[in-house]
Design a binder for this molecule. Structure first.
Ligand code: C2E
Ligand code: CA
Ligand code: CA
Length: 635
């Protein structure tokens, strides 16, 4: 730590030297004695007064020398912490002037003014060489301790101040950098958001933005139209005038659409020469007219790189009635189908979507029609898949699975026709048939239960309990031989009512299984309140067990927690030896799957039921094989 002494008396310099001499120095004792004499100090405990820090003293005999020393120190980058300045130093400048000049050079230094008798008032010097908290006074004669303690305290403070200043500066710099980075990030982010939502050629919203806006509209309460516009003969422009010309045409068309779309509407470029339009409209007629106006605006001559290009466009649109809820992707698909129809009908055409354009809708209609007659035509049948107890191969029940073999389509998978039946009232008719048939078959089995699938719609039907009870009683079957399979969807839409229904069914003795468990939203935690007998772990998890760690973990925790809740756990879709071993080890109470048996016809099921055990699976597969169904039969 550097200290500057400015004093015109050589003897004073000696005193300072001694004051700051490190303890244990050979002649410290002698020097101390001298200092004591000089400063009128009779304290003889130099060890106490010796400075705790290492000080390097610089001596100046005149004010100007002192100022020069400060200047040099600053240039050298090794500034002083403290300067002791005598007030009177003839013939040069006095202490006040010295202090003023030093302060001008070094705002951080601590000044100690050493006064004999008061030449200047402290206020005066502070004013000239302030700030006041960096100027101190010592009166002559002083004690060694006074000097060293003042120096030590001030040097400390000086050092702390410097460190603080350095930290502050570093912090300020960091903040600056952070602020810059923040600005840059914000700019990048908004750029990224813009890029993600806009088409780079036209700067119009892109497909993503279009779908998002469409989704918002579809949720809202206004009627609106969604249109797809496609240029006629665009390929020709690209092929004859080049891609740059094509790009230019796209930009111009985009601008035309933007200026002609009904107020508040959206024009998005979906890709290639295809645009998507969204606009509010009071009715289908008005929407159609708006589309026709837009197409007309596009059917014009455009100047492209000096060439005149005759352009035209076609449009297909869907009108969405206020309050109608639609899946946005489906709305787009329908608009696309309408556009397709428009393109097939010639150029410059506008078409509104209708159901006949939709192959899948047509197909559904045919399925629905066919299903309606399936019972009377005797096209339905049930197959039965055994459910075996964990240990050994005892058959404790069968799941009844519906089959539909049609003249028109051949065998149709239940995964295909059940959802269609579910959307109409047909599901009740089919469900009744299934239950009646299963109950008939059950009577030929010695004691096994039959597990029947019920769709959410059946389950929610008013008087579901009364209906099912009546069927069972009419068939003369004990309710405890009937297991009702329902899915999470069935119970979570109206959980309170479902809980009540399940409770009453279980009171009557029915068994309740929660089907496809793990695929829905429910957690084991919130199924507690439902009166269940068992969970059926969805076969996708069993299938994934050998491959993905998550599946195995999910299976394990379902089994574990299911059992903790006192529920049976049926693993379905068991196909391999390895799965059987893993599931047995994990503690699944029942197993079901191709490994044991495919779903089989009623007579084979009856034989299995009477035998009570299924033969060793390794030999069974061909014997009990259900004939393969057509496409997608594996649901
Ligand atoms: P689900 O209730 O999950 O039925 C199990 C499905 O997995 C059945 O398909 C069955 O044949 C198949 N399966 C069984 N073991 C295995 C296996 O080891 N590996 C593979 N890959 N699959 C196996 P299915 O018969 O095609 O039925 C499909 C879905 O149709 C059923 O799924 C059920 O949701 C529905 N369903 C079938 N019959 C009826 C019914 O009578 N009423 C209602 N509401 N739905 C039914
Ligand atoms: Ca099932
Ligand atoms: Ca299932």
């Amino acid at each position: 730590m550097r200290i500057l002494i400015v004093d015109d008396e050589p003897a004073m310099h000696d005193s300072y030297r001694r004051s700051f001499a490190p303890t244990g120095h050979a002649d410290a004792g002698a020097l101390d004695a001298m200092a004591a004499e000089l400063f009128g100090d009779d304290d003889d405990a130099p060890a106490d007064t010796a400075p705790a820090m290492d000080f390097a003293l610089t001596h100046a005999m005149q004010g100007l020398d002192g100022v020069a020393a400060i200047e040099k120190a600053i240039i050298d980058g090794d500034p002083f912490a403290v300067a002791f300045i005598d007030v009177r130093m003839p013939p040069g400048i006095d202490g006040k002037e010295t202090a003023t000049r030093i302060r001008a050079l070094d705002p951080d230094i601590n000044l100690v003014i050493v006064t004999g008798y008061s030449d200047f008032s402290p206020v005066e010097i502070s004013k000239a060489a302030g700030p006041a908290d960096k100027i101190f006074y010592i009166a002559k004669p002083f004690e060694v301790a006074e000097v060293t303690q003042t120096a030590t305290a001030l040097a400390h403070r000086w050092q702390v101040d410097r460190e603080l200043a350095a930290t502050r500066a570093a912090l300020a710099e960091k903040i600056l950098i952070l602020e810059e980075q923040g600005l840059e990030l914000a700019a990048n982010e908004s750029k990224a958001v813009h890029i993600a939502n806009h088409d780079s050629l036209t700067e119009a919203p892109n497909r993503l933005a279009f779908l998002r806006t469409l989704a918002e509209k579809a949720r809202g309460n206004d009627s609106f139209a969604t249109a797809m516009v496609d240029l006629d003969r665009f390929k020709l422009v690209n092929d004859t005038l080049g891609h740059l010309a094509g790009d230019d045409l796209i930009r111009q068309i985009c601008a035309v659409l933007q200026s002609s779309i009904p107020e508040g509407g959206m024009v998005a470029r979906l890709g290639g020469d295809e645009f998507g339009l969204l606009f509010d409209s009071p009715g289908e007629q008005a929407a159609c007219m708006a589309c026709e106006r837009l197409i007309k605006a596009c059917s014009a001559t455009f100047k492209i790189f000096g060439h005149s290009v005759q352009c035209g466009a076609s449009a297909g649109f869907v009108f969405v009635e206020a309050g109608e809820k639609h899946d946005p992707v489906d709305v787009m698909r329908r608009a696309d189908l309408a556009l397709n129809d428009a393109k097939h009908s010639g150029r410059g055409v506008v078409r509104v979507f209708d159901d006949s354009m939709d192959e899948s809708i047509r197909f559904r209609r045919r399925i629905e029609g066919g299903l309606g007659k399936s019972i009377e035509k005797g096209e339905l049948s049930l197959v039965y898949q055994p459910i075996v107890a964990r240990e050994g191969l005892e058959v404790i029940g069968f799941e009844a699975l519906l089959r539909w073999n049609t003249e028109e389509f051949g065998p149709v998978s239940p995964s295909m026709f059940i959802p269609i039946a579910e959307e109409s009232n047909l599901i009740h008719e089919l469900g009744n048939w299934v239950l009646g048939e299963a109950l008939k078959e059950l009577k030929d089995w010695p004691g096994q239960y039959v597990s029947v699938n019920f769709s959410p719609r059946q389950f929610r039907r008013p008087n579901f309990i009364g209906h099912i009870l009546e069927c069972v009683q009419r068939a003369g079957v004990e309710p405890n031989r009937v297991q009702i399979e329902i899915t999470e969807t069935a119970i979570f839409d109206d959980a309170d009512r479902a809980a009540e229904t399940l409770y009453r069914l279980r009171q009557m003795g029915f068994r309740i299984a929660l089907d496809d468990f793990g695929t829905g939203y429910s957690s084991l935690y919130n199924i507690r309140k439902f009166a269940l007998d068992c969970l059926k772990i969805d076969r996708s998890f069993i299938d994934g067990m050998g491959r993905e760690r998550e599946s195995a973990a999910i299976v394990h925790s379902i089994i574990h927690l299911g059992r903790a809740l006192g529920l049976g756990v049926i693993a379905e879709g068991v196909e391999t030896d390895a799965q059987v071993m893993a599931l047995r080890a994990a503690g699944a109470s029942h197993l079901q799957g191709y490994y044991f048996s495919r779903p089989v016809d009623a007579d084979i099921a009856r034989a299995m039921a009477l035998a009570r055990f299924i033969p060793d699976p390794s030999g069974i597969e061909e014997e009990y094989l259900e004939p393969e169904l057509g496409n997608g039969t594996r649901g």
